[in-house]
Write a protein that binds this ligand. Structure first.
Ligand SMILES: *[C@@H]1O[C@H](CO)[C@@H](O)[C@H](O)[C@H]1NC(C)=O
Ligand SMILES: *[C@@H]1O[C@H](CO)[C@@H](O)[C@H](O)[C@H]1NC(C)=O
Ligand SMILES: *[C@@H]1O[C@H](CO)[C@@H](O)[C@H](O)[C@H]1NC(C)=O
Length: 461
C-alpha cells in the first residue's frame, strides 16, 4: 500500500503549479487517494449474511431431537429385553418377543444412521464456516486499510447505535406493561410466563409433502399408549383428510416408522365426516375436528371407528368464511379450531352475530356430544393466526415476521379478564403455523408449520 492512512484528505491532494501566461492561473489537482472499494465491502456483506443463513439453529436441533429419540428407544429396548428375560423358560424365548426386539433394533439402527449423517453434515458445516469466517476477517482487514473515509467505522458505529436504540425501545415497552399480576385461572403450575425455543423439530415421515396438518399427544391416552403421538395431514387440496396416523414413540415419529399405522375414518376423501381444515386434536382416543362441509364438530372414536357430531350455533362461520389470517393471507378452512387443556376439549370459532369476533365453547364429552359454557371475546378472528388453551385460559397468536409469532392475547374463562399485551414470542422454524395445541401431559405446545412438526415447552411461574 503506497499511502499512509490517517492523513487528512487535503494533505493527500498534490497541487501542481504550472507555468502559464501571467493573466491566467491554472491549477491542476491530482487526487492520489484510491477510491474506497465499495464493491468489495458489499461482497463481504453478502458472504457474511450467507454465513448467517447457514448457521441456523436447525442443525443442532435436529441432532437434539434425534438424540432424544434414541434415548427413548433405548429405554424401551431395555424394558422389552427384561420382559423377554422373564419369559425365558430355560430353553426358548418367545418368538413374538424376539421379533419385537428385532424391530426395535432396526429402528435404533436407523436412528443411529440418521444421527451419524447429521453429525457428518454439521462437521462439514462447521469447517466451512470457520474457513468463511477467516476469509471474511482477512477481507475486512484489507478494507480497513482503505478506510480513510471511515466508511466501515461509521457503519459499525451506526450498527451499535441501532442496537442500543432497539434495546432502549424494548426497555420502554416493558415499562409500559401494567404491573398487576397475570390472572391465575385454575392452573396447577402457576401462571404461564414464557416458552422455550423449539424442542422437537422434524420433517417426519413425509418430508415436505403436506403443508397443512396437526400433531400432538393425547392428554388422556389409553393404558399402554402413554408415549404415543398422533399426526393428521391434510392429504387432499390442503383441505381434507380421512385418517389419523399413529406412532408409538417420539423417535418412531422422527424416523418415520409408524407401528400402529393409519386409522381410517372413511375410505373416500372427502366423504361425509371427512376432516376439514388442520386444527384437529386427540382426546381420550377420539379425534375432534371440523366435519366436512358443516358448521359442526366431529368426534371420531378410534376404538369403535364411529363418528358423532356436535352442531354449532346458527350463524357459525364455516367453509373458509371465518378463517385465521395475517396481513398477507388467510389460512383456508381454519374456521374451527379445536383445543385441549387440563379440563378437556374446547372449540374456537366465530359467528355472524358476533361480527367475526372469536367465540369459545367448552365441549361436553358425553354421548351425545353437547356444547357447554360459551364465552365471547373481543378479538377479531381474522386478526389472529392460531389459538390454544392452557388451564382454562385462552391464548391467541399473531404473525410478526417469518421468524416470529407473538402470543399477544389471553382470555381467562375463570375470571372473564381479557388481555391484549401478553408479549410472548414463538421462534418459528418456518413461516406459517397451521395448528397449535397444548398438551397438559408434558406441558408442550405442538405446532405444525409448513409440513414440519415443531414443539415448544411452556414455562410457568
Ligand atoms: C462445504 O463446502 C464444500 C465445498 O466448498 C461443499 O461442497 C459442501 O457442500 C459444503 N458443506 C456444507 C455442509 O455446507
Ligand atoms: C422469554 O424467553 C426468551 C428466550 O427464550 C427471552 O429472550 C425472553 O426475554 C423471555 N421473556 C420473558 C418475558 O421472560
Ligand atoms: C369410544 O367408544 C367406546 C366403546 O363404546 C367407549 O367406551 C368410549 O368411551 C368411546 N370414547 C369416546 C371418547 O367417546
Amino acid at each position: 500500500m503506497k499511502l499512509l492512512t490517517g492523513f487528512l484528505l487535503c494533505a493527500l491532494l498534490s497541487f501542481t503549479q504550472q507555468a502559464v501566461p501571467r493573466d491566467k492561473c491554472l491549477c491542476e489537482v491530482t487526487y492520489v487517494e484510491q477510491t474506497f472499494p465499495h464493491d468489495k465491502l458489499s461482497t463481504i456483506e453478502d458472504s457474511a449474511s450467507k454465513c448467517n443463513i447457514n448457521v441456523t439453529p436447525k442443525m443442532p436441533l435436529e441432532l437434539e431431537s434425534l438424540l432424544l429419540g434414541l434415548d427413548q428407544r433405548l429405554l424401551q429396548l431395555k424394558e422389552d429385553v427384561s420382559e423377554l428375560e422373564k419369559e425365558d423358560d430355560g430353553e426358548l424365548y418367545g418368538v413374538l418377543s424376539l421379533q419385537v426386539i428385532e424391530n426395535e433394533m432396526t429402528d435404533i439402527k436407523q436412528l443411529i444412521e440418521r444421527l451419524s449423517r447429521t453429525t457428518v453434515e454439521s462437521q462439514h458445516l462447521t469447517t466451512n464456516i470457520t474457513t468463511q469466517l477467516k476469509d471474511l476477517k482477512t477481507g475486512m482487514e484489507e478494507l480497513e486499510k482503505y478506510d480513510t473515509m471511515h466508511v466501515v467505522k461509521s457503519r459499525q458505529a451506526n450498527q451499535h447505535l441501532r442496537a442500543s436504540l432497539s434495546q432502549c425501545r424494548k426497555g420502554t415497552t416493558i415499562d409500559i406493561r401494567p404491573t398487576q399480576p397475570y390472572p391465575q385461572g385454575k392452573c396447577p403450575y402457576g401462571q404461564f410466563l414464557n416458552i422455550t425455543g423449539p424442542r422437537v423439530y422434524t420433517a417426519g415421515e413425509y418430508p415436505g409433502s403436506y403443508a397443512y396438518g396437526a400433531w400432538g399427544r393425547d392428554p388422556k391416552p389409553a393404558a399402554g399408549k402413554e408415549s404415543w403421538y398422533w399426526l393428521v395431514m391434510l392429504t387432499s387440496s390442503n383441505r381434507f383428510s380421512n385418517y389419523v396416523r399413529l406412532y408409538n414413540s417420539l423417535s418412531a415419529l422422527i424416523v418415520g416408522k409408524s407401528g400402529p399405522g393409519n386409522i381410517q375414518i372413511h375410505s373416500s376423501n372427502p366423504a361425509t365426516n371427512t376432516i376439514q381444515g388442520p386444527n384437529t386434536v386427540m382426546y381420550r382416543e377420539a379425534l375432534y375436528y371440523n366435519c366436512y362441509n358443516q358448521d359442526a364438530v366431529c368426534r371420531f372414536n378410534l376404538t369403535t371407528k364411529t363418528v358423532s357430531t356436535l352442531q354449532l350455533p346458527k350463524g357459525t362461520r364455516y367453509n373458509s368464511k371465518g378463517n385465521f389470517c395475517h396481513l398477507d393471507e388467510c389460512y383456508p378452512y381454519t374456521d374451527l379450531d379445536l383445543a385441549t387443556d387440563e379440563s378437556g376439549v374446547w372449540v374456537i370459532y366465530t359467528t355472524k352475530q358476533d361480527f367475526g369476533d372469536i367465540v369459545l365453547s367448552k365441549i361436553e364429552e358425553g354421548d351425545p356430544l353437547t356444547l357447554g359454557q360459551t364465552w365471547r371475546t373481543s378479538v377479531y378472528k381474522q386478526a389472529v393466526t392460531n389459538t390454544f388453551m392452557v388451564c382454562g385460559v385462552f391464548y391467541a397468536t399473531r404473525y410478526i415476521s417469518k421468524d416470529l409469532e407473538e402470543i399477544f392475547y389471553s382470555f381467562d374463562t375463570a375470571t372473564g379478564v381479557e388481555r391484549f399485551n401478553i408479549g410472548i414470542f414463538i421462534h418459528k422454524m418456518s413461516t406459517n403455523i397451521l395448528s397449535l395445541n397444548y398438551s397438559p401431559v408434558d406441558n408442550m405446545l405442538y405446532a405444525y408449520s409448513d409440513s414440519k412438526m415443531v414443539s415448544y415447552m411452556l414455562l410457568f411461574r
